[in-house]
Write a protein of this length. Structure first.
Length: 95
């Protein structure tokens, strides 16, 4: 049985960033470790000057997150990001 306390969690803050809790490895396309971070926020508005991390620019920009129905959220479209954010979060479907 998996220990849920050790799982990384991503919270979509209302009209704000994606808050990541837990330890995450950032790797390049070849799988090489770039950096390990713990407990941080990712930009989803596209206005941060610290991308992919949030610098609070969403407040001044008036970012409004898209409201999705429950079925869309169940398909992991909850993390709909602005096209300028330059990152995407995908969660594989369970088999």
């Amino acid at each position: 049985m998996e220990n849920n306390e050790n799982r990384v969690r991503i919270y979509a803050k209302p009209n704000g960033s994606l808050r990541v809790t837990g330890k995450v490895d950032f790797v390049d396309a070849a799988g090489n470790l770039i950096e390990t971070k713990e407990n941080f926020s990712l930009c989803r508005c596209g206005h941060s000057k610290e991308k992919p991390f949030c610098d609070g620019s969403h407040r001044e920009a008036g970012f409004q997150a898209e409201v999705l129905d429950e079925s869309a959220a169940q398909k992991w479209q909850l993390y709909n990001m602005h096209p300028r954010a330059q990152i995407r979060i995908t969660v594989p479907e369970e088999s």
